[in-house]
Design a protein around this ligand. Sequence first.
Ligand SMILES: Cc1ncc(COP(=O)(O)O)c(C=O)c1O
Length: 440
Amino acid sequence: MGKGQDLYTRARTLIPGGTQLLSKRPELYLPGLWPAYYSRAKGADVWDLDGKRYTDVSSSGISSCVLGFADPELEQAVIGAVQAGSMTTLNCPEEVELAELLIELHPWAEMVRYARCGGEIMAVAARIARAATGREKIAFCGYHGWHDWYLAANLSSDTALDGHLLPGLQPAGVPRGLAGTMLPFRYNHIEDLRTLVAEFGHELAAIVMEPTRSEEPAAGFLEEVRALATQCGAVLVFDEVTVGWRLNCGGIHMVHGVHPDMAAFAKAMSNGYAMAALIGTRAVMDAAQSSFISSTYWTEKIGPVAALAAIRKYRRESVHVHQVATGEQVRAGWQKAAARAGLELKLGGVVPLSTFSIDHPQAAALTTLFTQEMLDRGYLAGFRFNSTFAHTPQIVERYLRDVDEVFPVLAEAMRAGNVADRLRGPVKHSDFRRLTGNDA
Ligand SMILES: Cc1ncc(COP(=O)(O)O)c(C=O)c1O
């Protein structure tokens, strides 16, 4: 066992759940064998605690590092912010500069508030929407963080959030009084939302969703969502925490030409430094003044400086064009390798955030086997590939050559019916669960 797994064994006795983010649990990748911790990272590469180097062709920092790890331009900007004093009694001027830049990129918006994390900024959005409308219910689709307003969805039914992140999210600790406030609808199922609006429209504070994520919006879908929100007086909130900055320089809703009342940005806006922003119309955003929304570290300097440097680089280098081209290169490579191996893949996701799945009763074991084989070849890899500016065509070609070697291993395991036998540890987890001492 490597140093990373040793440390993780200790972590599980000290940190409930082992990590601070569900998506960083080693059990979600390769139980017992995933390197778990890093010593340093640069570009597309990560070194584990044993000094072993991997190319990250998985989530690249859980979708936060659009430019790759430790981008030199951002490092310089952040070092400057640190040396200038990142926290004082006064405010940092960069928060005004960033507000102007965000509004320039999204001319429908007029005002901006900040936080430092995605879940946090979405909680701010929910609070402002409720304050602005004087209503409590929220219709939602997709994942929006861990806070009470959102997790309340699973108070009414254990399964309301299944299909929005991992199944089985437990709402223990969320006040039961919030039951019935969150109303789920399915992406691209406009009839779900029509039904909710018909029944609860006069009580709806907000409609909250990602403009797109695992599938493209059906023709007219986003437009009708917009029309329904306007019709019932609910605030339309687009969550751009992960999909923003991928197809264009800004929120993906600008590509689709549908303007919300508020849009939230976080991890993808600042390349690994904590920053989040909520932009919106004056009419809605001004309601923030009628509620108490305030936090000390929302005023520090590093976040806005990092976001400004990142967005300027996204714009100057047309980073979204590179992300799309790289995503397309990977998709084509997956398809070619799958066809050669006789595997049938289903592709999903916005092109720069592509995923593949194999329809098979042992799908989780197959993904685990893929991760195991790719780790042996020097990659952090799974069923998703988030393209970054650091993924050069050469890196992707090398990755695809190895995929071309590994897909036949999966095909052979499927034919022989021994997928699980080929694993050196347990099958990866596909749900949210309590970790016990027996977990690998
Ligand atoms: C769409 C969306 N909203 C909100 C969040 C929560 O962001 P954070 O993990 O920074 O709290 C995420 C994170 O994955 C996300 O993808």
